[in-house]
Write a protein that binds this ligand. Structure first.
Ligand SMILES: Nc1ncnc2c1ncn2[C@@H]1O[C@H](COP(=O)(O)OP(=O)(O)OP(=O)(O)O)[C@@H](O)[C@H]1O
Ligand SMILES: [Mg+2]
Length: 373
């Protein structure tokens, strides 16, 4: 029989394959139980989405709440937001297709909803025919008034929430805020990685969402916890990973969830019964080799000074004063003013990010790859 690799690199599976986050889970459940909204913020791929799924997994047996998750990363306007929101909502309350349809008609009948089912997964999806902005706004109002009437309290998780700031319609924030605030049957979990954008959305008193949520700034998993989690899963498969190998993984991937998971997934799939540091190093080399064609593209995609700066930050692992003369001289980066421009460009391209007063690369594998060039 084929066993599941215990180190998933994309989807959340179950608590068994999820390391720690006990405190964060408690904080989320406490927010939900006390009718507070909460916003999860962290750098990319640290585990925001998995944490939401983990929390929902713990709450799924609760009869007093209904749980809905949707990701708005791919949406470009309010219209698409409404479609994806209705898709996330329907199908929860009813599971039979004919009942889903009657529920949909009750909720959004006037907007001529089209219900389709995914060929492979069978998952329902809703498309409303919304002609004007006024209709879009009315459909949103209809959804929230439907939710207000539910017996269960409604918890909606909106992943990549900062995306709403890119919608072309002018009053999106105010509109959403009005419905959310007016509806005391609905609580929200917001999540995203664009720290600056999310903080300004919720912490600028001129904006509608000002102070409408608590925060959960997700940090790296405690290394000791992560090591024992990894070790346990090898042991369960009657295999052993050495303590040196574990330390190497945590250090090389900087304890960053996705990168640790990716390495462990591959070490696991290699199948050795006794894993030592050299086996792990072998895997990390394979990963870098495999990604070389992707990473080589950056040299052409970026200007010479942006690429030089990216490489310099990679060499330093992280940097607090990128315009200091020591740093500029060491890597021959030229004038401070041009470095500032390059920093902005690299940040916009999501190649680097700024957190806790330091700049570092978003992709740890890219950082390791550049360090070897
Ligand atoms: N606590 C954990 N234990 C084990 N694996 C985890 C944990 N948290 C996240 N993961 C895994 O790490 C990977 C990245 O997590 P996830 O996609 O949740 O991050 P994210 O912060 O939502 O990323 P993005 O910013 O790209 O949306 C996934 O494969 C996920 O299953
Ligand atoms: Mg995510």
């Amino acid at each position: 029989m084929k066993t599941t690799n215990p180190f998933p690199t994309s989807e959340y599976i179950s608590p068994e394959f999820f390391c720690d986050r006990e405190t964060e889970l408690k904080q989320m459940i406490e927010s939900i139980d006390n009718q507070r909204n909460i916003t999860i913020i962290s750098r990319r791929r640290l585990g925001k989405t998995a944490l939401i799924k983990h929390c929902f997994h713990h709450l799924k047996k609760r009869k007093d709440i209904s749980l809905h998750y949707f990701d708005i990363y791919a949406t470009r306007n309010l219209n698409e937001f409404v479609n994806i929101l209705s898709t996330a909502l329907i199908g929860y309350f009813e599971s039979k297709p004919e009942k889903i349809l009657s529920q949909l008609i009750k909720m959004l009948g006037q907007f001529r909803p089209k219900l389709t089912f995914d060929e492979l997964s069978g998952a329902p999806s809703v498309e409303l025919s919304l002609q004007t902005q006024a209709e879009t706004e009315q459909s949103l109002a209809a959804i929230f008034s439907y939710l207000a009437k539910q017996k269960q309290r409604v918890i909606i998780a909106i992943d990549e929430f900062q995306q709403i700031t890119n919608y072309p319609e002018k009053n999106v924030e105010a509109l959403l805020r009005t419905h959310i605030q007016a509806n005391n049957n609905v609580n929200l979990i917001y999540s995203g990685s664009n720290r600056r954008m999310l903080i300004s959305l919720f912490d600028d008193y001129a904006r509608p969402f000002y102070q409408s949520t608590g925060f959960l700034f997700l940090e790296k998993i405690d290394p000791a916890q992560y090591k024992s989690f990894i070790s346990k899963h090898f042991k369960n498969a009657r295999r052993k990973i050495s303590s040196d190998a574990l330390s190497f993984i945590l250090d090389w991937a900087q304890g960053h969830t996705y990168f640790v998971q990716e390495i462990c997934n591959r070490v696991y799939s290699a199948g050795d019964t006794a894993i030592d540091i050299k086996d792990v190093k072998q895997v990390t080399l394979q990963i870098l080799e495999e990604r070389t064609p992707l990473y080589q593209v950056y040299q052409n995609m970026l200007t010479a000074s942006q690429y030089a700066l990216l490489k310099a930050i990679a060499f330093e692992t992280n940097i607090d004063k990128p315009n200091s003369s020591v740093f500029l001289t060491k890597y021959k980066l030229g004038a401070a003013s041009s470095v500032i421009r390059s920093l902005e460009a690299l940040e916009t391209k999501d190649l680097i990010f700024y957190e806790n007063n330091i700049y570092s690369l978003t992709d740890i594998f890219l950082m390791r790859w550049l360090q070897r060039q």
